[in-house]
Structures are given as C-alpha cells and as structure tokens.
Design a protein around this ligand. Structure first.
Ligand code: FES
Length: 140
C-alpha cells in the first residue's frame, strides 16, 4: 500500500471487519462469489438474513485481492448489517469508492463489492424460493 491511499483504506486493510465465512448451506445465508476478470481478484461476501424481519443481521467476507478490494469488502460487510434486503441492494460501488477515496483505476475494486452484495442477495432469495417450494414427493 502506497502512501497515496486514504487512511480509511489502510485502516480497513489492516483491520478488516467481519472477515471469515458462514456455512454456505445455512438457509439464512446468502453467498456471493465474484471475480474481476481484469486483475483476477476474487471476493466472497456472505450475508445472514433474519427471515421474519427481512434484515441482514450479520455479514462475512473473504477477499483474495488488492488492498482496495479488501477495504471495499470490509466496508460492504459493515454497511449491509442491519439493513433491509431492498436497502442492501441500493448500496452503490460509487458510495464505497467515495468513502474510501479510491482513485479511478481502483473503481473496479469497489465494483466487486457491489457485485458481491447483489450475488449474495440473489443466492439467499434463490435458496428461500427453493425451500418454500416444499419437499419434493418421491414417485414410485
Ligand atoms: Fe482488481 Fe483491486 S486491482 S480488485
């Protein structure tokens, strides 16, 4: 990390919040796994959702990537917590980039975080829809 980085990037890079994983098969967990083709960096972001309130109650991430990607995912996990699902989807990479004062060449790093949030919500909803469809009957 060069000294041109904003102190918030350095802070989240040195002390990443909510690092780790939830069990993927947990019905309350949505997992988003996304990659940036340009640099090959990979980000996994997971949300834990309280079904009755529709709120994200917890989040985890694991990022194999640059400092800006790590900082972006760390910020993303903080921002999704306590929010309703629809509010979570309104988190924009531009807000994350602004918060971290990312330079233009690092914008795609924050884009990874937005994509990962969306993918996590999608995964959660797909699992929910599947479980609501009920158990399949076995014929014959
Ligand atoms: Fe690609 Fe940061 S350089 S995610």
């Amino acid at each position: 990390l060069g000294r041109s980085y904003h102190e918030r990037v350095v802070d989240h890079y040195n002390n990443p919040r909510n690092i780790g994983s939830f069990v993927k098969d947990d019905l309350a967990v949505g997992t988003g796994l996304v990659g940036a083709p340009a640099c090959g960096d990979v980000m996994k972001l997971q949300i834990k959702v309280d079904d009755s309130s529709g709120r994200v109650v917890d989040a985890r991430f694991k990022t194999f990537g640059c400092g800006s990607a790590i900082a972006s995912s760390s910020v993303a996990t903080e921002w999704v917590k306590g929010r309703k699902m629809e509010d979570v989807l309104s988190i924009k990479n531009t807000e994350i980039a602004k918060h971290l004062a990312l330079p233009p060449v690092k914008l795609h790093c924050s884009m990874l975080a937005e994509d990962a949030i969306k993918a996590a919500v999608k995964d959660y909803e797909a699992k929910l829809a599947k479980s609501n469809a009920g158990p399949k009957t076995i014929d014959g």
